[in-house]
Design a protein around this ligand. Structure first.
Ligand SMILES: N[C@@H](CCC(=O)N[C@@H](CS)C(=O)NCC(=O)O)C(=O)O
Length: 222
């Protein structure tokens, strides 16, 4: 059985979505980020970066995996699902997964920090990160104009990217004028496994009280 250590954030949802899509049995443990549970010694032994998500594969010598992109690749290779097996197809999935890991997540994360959480509003920082987020969205929009999904078939790259893009309004940007991105967001959002994954560890609507979300995020920003 896989154990998922997670919280209700985009990087956490990627993995619960993937576990649901892959129909892998799993248990989950909610890590209380605002209580800094992710910085405790027992957790750092599993994830030296002190962030969620982490998985422990109890069917594979209690093997722990951290970094959400690495977890997705591990699960795809374990199940043989949602990642092509030929060299080029596999590379395409990894390219778009890396694009999410290195760009979409970090830039939307910074846009959220400066637009939503920072007690002091710094227009230069807000504009810089929102502009970069929109540039990245345009890369996706162009890719999705000719492709139903990012890497051909629906893959772990879509799961990882979708979990972030769905929160575009939280970053203070709009996807108006991006019909392909909107189509892709809607199609993936309708998948029953995605909806089940989004309810782990708590359904998004439960935590979408804006004030509570901002206070929680401020507690972990250093
Ligand atoms: N690159 C990491 C990023 C993980 C990450 O930033 N997780 C956030 C939640 S989305 C977190 O645990 N924050 C708590 C903290 O910074 O202490 C991954 O993809 O796994």
């Amino acid at each position: 059985m896989i154990e998922l250590l997670t919280a209700a954030t985009p990087n956490g949802w990627k993995i619960s979505i993937a576990l649901e899509e892959m129909e892998l049995p799993y248990t989950f443990r909610h890590i209380q980020l605002s209580a800094q549970e992710q910085k405790q010694d027992w957790y750092l032994k599993l994830n030296p970066n002190g962030r969620i998500p982490t998985i422990i594969d109890h069917d594979n010598d209690d093997f722990a995996v951290f970094e959400s992109g690495a977890i997705l690749i591990y699960l795809a290779e374990k199940t043989g699902k949602f990642m092509a097996k030929d060299v080029k197809g596999r590379s395409l999935v990894i390219q778009w997964l890396m694009f999410q890991m290195a760009n979409i997540g970090p830039m939307m994360g910074q846009a959220n920090v400066f637009y939503r959480y920072a007690p002091e509003k710094i227009p230069y920082a807000i504009e810089r990160y929102q502009r970069e987020v929109l540039r990245l969205f345009d890369v996706l929009e162009k890719r999705l104009a000719d492709n139903e999904y990012l890497a051909g078939s629906y893959s772990i790259a879509d799961m990882a990217t979708w979990a972030w893009i769905r929160g575009y309004s939280w970053s203070g940007v709009s996807i108006d004028g991006m019909p392909n991105l909107k189509r892709w967001l809607d199609v993936i959002g309708e998948r029953p496994a995605v909806q089940r994954g989004m309810a782990v560890p708590v359904p998004p609507q439960v935590i979408r009280d804006e004030k509570e979300a901002i206070e929680g995020a401020r507690k972990i920003l250093v």
